[in-house]
Design a protein around this ligand. Structure first.
Ligand code: SAM
Length: 275
């Protein structure tokens, strides 16, 4: 199997495989793990500071999003196409956990080296350190593009790139925080409407980009990016009933809107098919 990185076709190899061109790829940082490929110089990225604790239970809002994602993907009406899967903004990888996708189909991409080095992580063919808004793959390379919690890079650039690297009939599936939730919360916090904040273990605050779009804006962007308008589905989900603990960043906007925290839409799931 080959994956194209930076316009060059590379055979996918494991850490013990010595066919790799040392000039083209970095050595694996964890023996036995997939290689982490660099496609050029990448500066420190916002999630680098968060990486070591992003998956901790203490980050209750993120864990509430995880529980909601499991509920949301369970509603998918059809199987995803077979073939190669690109997981964008992969973090430690969720394609297997959420969709049971085999690791030998998955390419993980993220612009944070710290997120791509996290252990434990889902296995993959290869990990690629690169920006979501300029994907280093040729047109039509993947049958599925996944992007769970893609709010840091969601916009026309990413959506157009996702469309470009999908084969005809390929599917983009993503999640992003609901605008209803985000606007209510961010109105009360000292953050811009297009960023969010994490309280770190040290007590300091990390602010990271986080775009919010209404369902109709997201639909328009998917259409503008060239996805089949008749295939676009966007649904909003609330935290499943009874999930505990509930983040104060969910209860507070729910109260403000006069809703139970289990009735406030916090996550949008979107799918679209490439023509
Ligand atoms: C909210 S986290 C979600 C991680 C993972 N998808 C999950 O659900 O566990 C967002 C991820 O997107 C990555 N990211 C942010 N901006 C990016 C960009 N411009 N290009 C690629 N990845 C990006 C972050 O480093 C981080 O790993």
């Amino acid at each position: 199997m080959s994956v194209f990185i930076g316009r060059v076709g590379l055979a996918v190899f494991t850490a013990t495989d010595r066919r790799a061109d040392p000039a083209a790829v970095s050595r694996p940082d964890v023996p036995g793990e997939t290689l982490l490929l660099h496609t050029g110089h990448v500066d420190a990225k916002p999630y680098d500071a968060l990486a070591g604790e992003y998956y901790d239970a203490a980050h209750k809002t993120s864990r509430n999003f995880d529980a909601t994602t499991i509920d949301a993907v369970a509603t998918l009406q059809h199987d995803l196409p077979t073939g190669k899967v690109l997981e964008v903004g992969a973090g430690r990888g969720r394609a297997n956990e959420f969709l049971n996708i085999d690791s030998n189909r998955i390419v993980q991409l993220d612009n944070s080296a710290a997120m791509l080095r996290l252990q434990p992580r889902e296995a993959s063919l290869v990990r690629v350190l690169n920006d979501a808004e300029s994907l280093p793959f040729p047109d039509g390379e993947f049958s599925v593009v996944l992007a769970f919690l893609c709010d840091p890079f969601l916009g026309l650039n990413f959506l157009s790139e996702a469309r470009r690297v999908l084969t005809s009939g390929g599917v983009l599936l993503g999640t992003t925080p609901s605008e209803v939730w985000g606007r209510a919360l961010r109105g009360k916090l000292d953050v811009d409407q297009m960023e969010t904040r994490f309280m770190l273990r040290t007590g300091s605050i990390a602010k990271v980009p986080s775009a919010l779009y209404s369902v109709s804006q997201l639909k328009l962007m998917l259409e503008a990016a060239g996805f089949d308008p008749t295939s676009i589905k966007i649904s909003s989900y609330s935290l499943p009933e009874g999930v505990q603990p509930v983040s104060a960043d969910v209860t507070s906007p729910a109260e403000q809107l006069g809703l139970s925290p289990y009735r406030l839409p916090i996550l949008d799931l979107f799918e679209a098919r490439a023509v």
